[in-house]
Design a protein around this ligand. Sequence first.
Ligand code: IPD
Ligand code: CA
Ligand code: CA
Ligand code: CA
Length: 264
Amino acid sequence: MDWGLIDRYAKSLIKEAGHKIRLSFFDHIHIDSKSNANDLVTNIDREIEQFFIEQIQTSFPGHKILGEEGFGDEIKSLNGTIWIVDPIDGTMNFVHQKRNFAISLGIYQDGVGILGYIYDVLRDELYTAKRGEGAYVNDERLPKLGVASIEESIIGINARWVVPNRYIDHEKLLGLIQDCRGTRSYGSAALELAYVSSGKLGAYVSMRLSPWDIAGGMVIAQEVGAISTNLEGETPSLLGPEPFIVARAGLHDELLMKYIQRKR
Ligand code: IPD
Ligand code: CA
Ligand code: CA
Ligand code: CA
């Protein structure tokens, strides 16, 4: 497999998709809701996913594609080459703010993340990684992450996970909110993964993320030494929604042991 070629192709596809998204700001956008009134999707989410799928299918007919909006393949196993794409991660931000959203893409070979991309369309910042070859933001190499304590770290978390919920012991989580330096919620899991990888956040925690939210970011995180797991400390399966934690090495252990426990 010529991963260099696939890498160059994926980058140009992402840049073109970003350009289409920026152009959409001049048009009327149709907004629908999916599972509930706050679960938004627009015609742009759908059009961008279809753009990715048409291009990838034409250029790499043997590859499979998993996309949030359902235009790709039904994926039951990670065998083969799979492109996992979120055309707009942070649709609510896209609709309300026209910023703080990203395109996320991960390319996996038999379950192993080889290439990862997160494109902050508005800032024109493209986070990339190739397995074993480091991570970059545009042309700048991201350094390996050093150690940091909870007390000196900003934690990415959505306030909804700190109110009683069915996944997690929220009182322990309250301890984390008290002990850490501060919390942030950007509303795009992909960007939050990019921020952990580039040292802007110490960790990012969510109780329910889908494969397309994390596939690209996990490849980038791995290259700077951040650890991505579910609540059991296992690598996410990328076959369905799961709780998700990404953090620099020491922090990840402390989060799982002390603060983030599955509800019994
Ligand atoms: C959502 C965003 C959000 C996260 C949600 C995701 P979408 O993705 O990443 O930050 O909290 O769980 O579903 O729907 O905007 O692509
Ligand atoms: Ca969505
Ligand atoms: Ca998403
Ligand atoms: Ca999305």
